[in-house]
Design a protein around this ligand. Structure first.
Ligand code: FEO
Length: 398
């Protein structure tokens, strides 16, 4: 894309990444891609806010150079050290050694740890400002959003909040960087929720602290490091973050996420009737085949629904291994306080449901019921499965 002037003198100079399959090496973005948003403030002094991953670096530097001689850059603001924001730093400093790097005390340490950089680092604290001429940058500490060094930068003249990962999303920018009416906003909101549950949800308490702090900050535009710039309605993302961070400790909506795995179709056959029973009760249901659906898509549903129905066969006396891996990820992302049940087939002896009891305890999930059956489910067992699903749905509605 060409650079975009957001307000006079402030430019988006980011890059669309349509190459990477797994963000952080973990999260599937093979279809959606992602943008690394970087910004240039041109004034008497010039500042770049956030950089770019060490990918498509030629494109990034060329875009930056189309607006400014690199030797004229005075500051690079490092809101966050994760290399999707800083990977291009050493290359930039080679061409622009005069640059002063701006970040928190922890950023200073990480600059040494990641890149061996110890000079030209300006440490800023909460509320510090740098005047560039017509523009002024003010720094807002937002630790653990989602690393310990993270901060946000407010450009006070135009009230633009460079919010770093917060309020960001997966998904490339497709023809526009803004939340224009022509954009499929629902898709970006889904990608923002996926980003939140994959990367930020575990830090929902710091998110709440940041939202409280930002409540007193006049913001006209939110410019995150990934995804759309929220100009038409910046309050939309703030409201969503308010709701999402509360889900870490409060009950979610009365829907059900059904996760299933199957070896030879027997647990899947039972899944179909359990799903019928749930829908009989008018409860919203999302079904994931964990052998096909990447966990990055499963976490948002788990996070935003009250009930979890697990369908998994017993495997060598244990819970089916890939199901255990998904539930371990849910635990590591602090997806707690759900109501759950489990069903599944076994060949000669059960065990999946016993293993699930241990996992549910770690997850702080209330285990309501279980239904196991030997081999292929009989017609009578399928009828019982439909009832099992309906009973679970009724408890979720309570
Ligand atoms: Fe955009 Fe924390 O990486």
């Amino acid at each position: 894309m060409l650079p975009v002037e957001i307000t006079p003198g402030i430019f988006w100079i980011g890059v669309n990444d349509r190459i990477t399959n797994l963000f952080e090496g973990l999260w599937d973005i093979s279809r959606e891609g992602i943008s690394y948003n970087s910004y240039l403030i041109r004034d008497e002094k010039n500042a770049v806010v956030d950089l770019n991953k060490a990918i498509l670096t030629g494109e990034y530097i060329t875009r930056l150079q189309s607006l400014i001689d690199l030797k004229e850059i005075d500051y690079v603001v490092i809101n966050h050290m994760e290399p999707d924001h800083t990977g291009v730093l050493q290359m930039l400093l080679t061409a622009a050694p005069q640059v002063q790097l701006v970040g928190t005390k922890k950023t200073q340490t990480m600059l040494k740890d990641f890149y061996g950089i110890t000079e030209n680092v300006l440490v800023v604290k909460e509320g510090d400002t740098i005047n560039l001429g017509r523009h002024t940058m003010r720094f807002i500490n937002t630790p653990f959003l989602h690393w310990p060094e993270t901060m946000m930068t407010l450009e006070e003249t135009e009230s633009i909040l460079f919010s770093c990962d917060a309020f960001g999303s997966y998904g490339t920018l497709n023809g526009t960087i803004f939340d224009d009416p022509s954009v499929n906003l629902d898709w970006y909101v889904d990608q923002a929720l996926r980003y939140y549950t994959n990367i930020i949800a575990i830090f929902s308490r710091p998110v709440r602290g940041a939202l409280t702090k930002l409540a007193d900050v006049p913001v006209k535009i939110i410019a995150p490091s990934h995804g759309l710039i929220w100009r038409a309605n910046p309050g939309r993302m703030v409201d969503l973050y308010d709701r999402w961070c509360k889900l870490a400790t409060e009950p979610a909506d009365p829907g059900i996420t059904l996760l299933f795995a199957t070896m030879y179709g027997n647990t899947e056959a039972m899944m179909e009737v359990v799903a019928q029973g749930i829908v009989d009760e008018g409860v919203k249901l999302k079904i994931f085949n964990i052998q096909k659906d990447h966990v990055s898509y499963i976490l948002p549903s788990l996070y935003t629904t009250r009930g979890v129905m697990i369908g998994a066969p017993t495997y060598e006396g244990m819970l089916f291994p890939t199901m255990e891996a998904v539930l371990n990820m849910a635990e590591s992302k602090h997806i707690f306080n759900k109501k759950a049940s489990i069903f599944g087939s076994y060949a000669w002896a059960g065990g999946a449901d016993r293993k699930f009891v241990e996992l549910a305890e770690k997850l702080k999930w209330e285990l309501l019921d279980s239904l196991t059956f030997n081999g292929t489910p009989s017609h009578e067992e399928l009828l019982r499965g439909r009832q099992f699903g309906a009973e679970f749905a009724r408890k979720i509605k309570e």
